[in-house]
Design a binder for this molecule. Structure first.
Ligand SMILES: O=C(O)[C@H](O)COP(=O)(O)O
Length: 207
């Protein structure tokens, strides 16, 4: 039987995650903890006997480095990896670089939660999750899903919100339930898909 394996992993902790700064399309690197998280994710997958035929990541360094470290730990350091901006984190617009706690003090915790976790309310000059879905989903359907459907084992190393966009579709979440869904850094989501592209099983490899 064809195995349709799709593994999604948010990048390891970044330098701006540690400083509690809105990051979006800015390009800080991983912290030492983020490097450890990425390597641990690779080791967890290897322990399950999971390897890959193709990897996808974004145009941002924290995701690319996470992908490289995971593949190194799995023993596939030279695996073909496709880097595409459509998997980038949601653009946080004018909030990029601002401290999240200070922003909450200035605009209110509720407003910041809405900017961070709602479906269709964008941060100032940034992307809403709905905007992010509008670029991630077509890329998934056009470039990633066909490979999984023909039995290629696929790794996607990306970002908290570009992956929330994907998980929303895979898990059948809606605008009311997506705000409560968060993805931890460096924790692989292991999906196996049915022939009709729906989700057969999902495993979250908590640290
Ligand atoms: O871009 C960022 O700030 C983080 O990677 C994700 O931010 P969020 O968890 O506030 O959406």
């Amino acid at each position: 039987m064809t195995e349709r394996l799709l593994v999604l992993t948010r990048h390891g902790e970044s330098e701006w995650n540690l400083k509690n700064l809105f990051t979006g399309w800015k390009d800080p690197g991983l912290t030492p903890k983020g490097v450890d998280e990425a390597r641990r994710a690779g080791r967890q997958l290897k322990a399950l006997g999971i390897g890959f035929d193709i990897a996808f990541t974004s145009a941002l360094g924290r995701a690319q480095h996470t992908c490289e470290l995971m593949l190194e730990e799995i023993g596939q350091p030279n695996l073909a990896t496709i880097k595409d901006w459509r998997l980038n984190e949601r653009d946080y617009g004018d909030l990029s670089g601002l401290n999240k706690a200070e922003t909450a003090e200035k605009y209110g915790a509720e407003q910041v939660h809405i900017w961070r976790r709602s479906y269709d309310v964008p941060p100032p000059a940034g992307e809403s999750l709905k905007d992010t879905v509008a670029r991630v989903l077509p890329y998934y359907v056009g470039e990633i899903l066909p490979r999984a459907m023909r039995g290629e084992r696929v790794l996607v190393a990306a970002h908290g919100n570009s992956l929330r966009a994907l998980v929303m579709v895979l898990d059948g979440l809606d605008a009311e339930t997506i705000p409560s869904m968060e993805l931890k850094t460096g924790v692989p989501l292991v999906y196996r898909l049915n022939a009709d592209t729906t989700v057969a099983t999902k495993q979250i490899l908590e640290g």
